[in-house]
Design a protein around this ligand. Structure first.
Ligand code: SF4
Length: 431
């Protein structure tokens, strides 16, 4: 893989979020789900729906200690919770936005209308081929694009019923990495209903005699395949551990106009990109003009914090062509504006085509490094509450099941080598 396809940290904006001043809080309201996803972080442990009073406590805790702009409602499947409308209303009443992460299977128009009335700000659908869902009996998907009709059905319902753009979360493995450009092409073609796509790379920790897990008291914990959402057989590592740099490279190769804008690095690996945020500035005809630059993101975060006292995560304002005013401050937008003007010169009617930014997030969840250190997202935005403490939601099950986060030791050369190999970039992706 060519190095120049990788993002350059020096040109990107490092999001200024921290543990106590972070725009996102994460609340899991149930461990019940109506489908199955490979690589899901959450085990069904029979806890069922969380009581409303406990959920309210967690929301208030996050409001107090995180200074949240928005709360992500997750699970399990949030739509299975009988008090989902009251939960959204409580978040609204506390002056925060709400984003629900759902597989969309139980979503109906009347529910959507009630959620919107309660103040729901956004909705992110998780639909991909790593899932086992009832619709698949008919669709029998073999590749990601086989699911585009299902995605479009959900997004159209959202737009028509409550006038919201749909966001999609998709798990990226070595099996579907090459499909990322097709997914983004689909998002661009459907910009009237799609607001953004998050590409979440599937992480795995191999169960191997050379890898030991210990709890905070130092006791050895027997972790087996399936004991945690990410404890897998060594052979499954072949599809896991795509890095966000590889995803960036694949997008950049297919869409040279794409650029990342901001990032969060890793807690121990200075090279990693744990969150990589970018976008496409596109028009209705699918023409990509470019992307926001780091200056736009810096101005937005700084201005919002100055005036509203928080960092921003789910903007409610739709910018449309007004984004081009950022040309005054941002070279990347200036470049996109130049391309837009050239395009309009070819046919002045093109000026009236709708212009929009489609968000692209790439998330690379925890990595166990060959030396046993665990590289987390620096200033993790998706922290939830466990027994009065903040915990990375991706590792909540370690606490639920074993009482604390687990420490990892990689004790044999063979295990170190296996981990190292699984992190090597895909050489065929760009060829
Ligand atoms: S550390 Fe885990 S929970 Fe936090 S943002 Fe990264 S993936 Fe999400």
């Amino acid at each position: 893989m060519q190095e120049n396809y990788f993002p350059d940290k020096r040109k990107l904006y490092r999001l200024p979020w921290s543990t106590n001043d972070n725009p996102i809080g994460w609340v899991e309201i149930t461990d019940i789900c109506n489908i199955h996803c490979d690589g899901c972080y959450r085990l069904v442990m029979g806890e069922g729906h969380k009581p409303l009073e406990k959920i309210k406590e967690e929301i208030l805790f996050l409001k107090k200690w995180r200074n949240c702009d928005g709360i992500s409602i997750a699970g399990g499947e949030p739509l299975t919770h009988p008090q989902i409308v009251e939960i959204i209303q409580f978040i609204t009443d506390n002056g925060m936005k709400s984003l629900m992460l759902t597989n969309g299977y139980a979503l109906k128009e009347d529910v959507l209308i009630r959620l919107k009335k309660a103040g729901l700000t956004g909705l992110s659908f998780h639909i991909d081929v790593t899932q086992t869902r009832p619709e698949f009996k008919k669709i029998k998907p073999e590749k990601e694009t086989d699911l585009n009709d299902l995605r479009l059905k959900c997004a159209t319902m959202l737009r028509k019923t409550v006038n919201m753009y749909a966001h999609f979360g998709i798990t990226v493995t070595r099996k579907n990495l090459h499909e990322v450009p097709d997914l983004l092409k689909w998002a661009i073609e459907n910009m009237d209903v799609v607001g953004g796509i998050s590409l979440i790379t599937y992480r795995g920790v191999p169960v191997h005699e050379g890898i030991e897990f210990r709890n905070s008291a130092g006791q050895k914990i027997p972790v087996l395949p399936g004991s945690l959402g990410y404890s897998v057989l060594p052979e499954e590592m072949k599809v896991a551990n795509v890095t966000s740099k590889e995803v960036y490279a694949v997008i950049k190769k297919a869409f040279p106009g794409y650029e990342a804008t901001a990032y969060l690095g890793g807690t121990v690996d200075h090279e990693s990109f744990k969150w990589l945020i970018g976008n496409f500035i596109v028009n209705r005809k699918g023409k990509v003009f470019g992307a926001y630059g780091s200056k736009t993101m810096e101005l937005v975060q700084t201005y919002y914090h100055r005036w509203f006292g928080k960092y921003l995560v789910y903007p409610k304002v739709k910018m449309g062509k007004r984004i081009f005013f950022m040309s005054l401050f941002d070279r990347a937008v200036r470049k996109a504006f130049g391309k837009f003007l050239l395009y309009c010169l070819g046919n002045p009617f093109r000026f009236f085509y709708k212009v929009k930014a489609i968000g692209i997030g790439v998330i690379q969840a925890p990595d166990v490094l060959p030396d046993g250190r665990v590289d987390m997202c620096d200033d993790c935005p998706d922290m939830c509450v466990f027994e009065g403490k903040l915990v990375h939601s991706c590792r909540l099950d370690e606490c639920r099941k074993y009482g604390s986060l687990l420490n990892v030791s990689v004790t044999t050369q063979e295990a170190k080598e296996m981990i190292r190999k699984s992190r090597e970039p895909e050489t065929t992706v760009l060829s």
